[in-house]
Design a protein around this ligand. Structure first.
Ligand SMILES: [Zn+2]
Length: 239
């Protein structure tokens, strides 16, 4: 390998970006194959230093190659590539500016989107609620791609690693793409469980209390593999 002396990006940084892009493309494709995204209706990003790699707008994930690598700085200025970033870039950047996130996954997953139209918070139907930092809030509706939506999302994410977006979908963040993907899949699954449990006429599912979730939180933290997981506070009383 010869050094490209006039490239402002050093060799190791270039390699890190190429690796991260490969992982980003694989994760974006997995959101489609696992049924969390239809077409290009979601988007994925990963942070490498001060660069955020993000899926471009309107390019099917199966067509993405290493040549499509697309990066922006934390202000949204494009620093790598020439495609247009996803229209949801403001949400991704808001997460990176406000948290220690290494990766963000956004989808329009069907059960999560359905739940976002029904309740202000996903009822505590399953103990894995604790792995997302506590009861998952629904950010009030705002136009896609808007700063208002990014602000609503940040409020819903306070002390959480995932939220729902009303009449829109999901956002989850984590240290890594794999973990952000897993949190998204977990959230979609919990939404499906709640919808299933409430589908029968007259049936009211049992919900977990915050103290039961705290107990789970403590046990999960003993695993040592649930990193960067926010603590959640006592709120959402009176459910
Ligand atoms: Zn969206």
């Amino acid at each position: 390998m010869t050094e490209q002396r006039h490239d402002t990006t050093a060799g190791p940084a270039r390699e890190a970006i190429a690796r991260a892009w490969d992982e980003l493309v694989a994760t974006a494709r997995r959101t489609v194959t696992d049924g969390l995204v239809v077409g290009t209706s979601g988007n994925v990003s990963v942070r490498v230093g001060d660069t955020v790699l993000v899926t471009p707008s309107g390019v099917p994930y199966e067509k993405l190659t290493p040549a499509h690598v697309l990066g922006v700085d934390l202000d949204g200025n494009r620093t790598i590539g020439d495609l247009a970033p996803t229209s949801e870039l403001p949400m991704h950047l808001a997460v990176y500016r406000s948290t220690a996130a290494g990766a963000v996954v956004h989808t329009h997953a069907v059960h999560a989107t359905a739940v976002s139209t029904l309740v202000p918070e996903l009822p505590t139907i399953h103990y894995m609620t604790a792995a997302l930092g506590g009861p998952v809030r629904v950010a009030p509706y705002a136009l896609y791609g808007s700063d208002e939506l990014a602000e609503n999302m940040l409020r819903a994410l306070r002390d959480r690693s995932a939220c729902l977006l009303q009449n829109h979908g999901t956002v989850a963040y984590a240290d890594t793409l794999a973990q952000a993907f897993d949190r998204t899949a977990q959230l979609e699954w919990m939404c499906q469980v709640w919808l299933t449990a409430t589908a029968g006429p007259g049936r009211v599912p049992h919900l977990l209390s915050l103290s039961q979730l705290h107990e789970v939180e403590e046990k999960l933290s003993g695993y040592g593999q649930v990193s960067a997981r926010p603590a959640f506070e006592d709120e959402a009383e009176g459910r």
